[in-house]
Design a binder for this molecule. Structure first.
Ligand SMILES: [Zn+2]
Length: 72
């Protein structure tokens, strides 16, 4: 019984990941997130790529700062 639940969980996880990958592909993204930062071209950290980010931490911070400036 526990095994069945486990398998079902895993299948659902796979489906979610497939759907996510497809969605990101449709959004014009390479693979998961971007391999390189959109702004500075630095290689992205694996964890950030997996989360679908396309900016490195530094550029994301910069952009956040800019956005907060423009929001005023
Ligand atoms: Zn960057």
């Amino acid at each position: 019984m526990a095994d069945e639940i486990d398998i079902a969980e895993r299948l659902r996880e796979n489906e979610l990941q497939l759907a996510l990958a497809k969605h990101q592909k449709n959004a014009g993204m390479r693979k998961r997130g971007s391999e390189f930062c959109e702004d500075c071209g630095d290689q992205m950290l694996e964890a950030r790529k997996m989360s679908g980010y396309s900016l490195c931490i530094e550029c994301a911070k910069d952009r956040e700062r800019m956005e907060s400036l423009f929001a005023k």
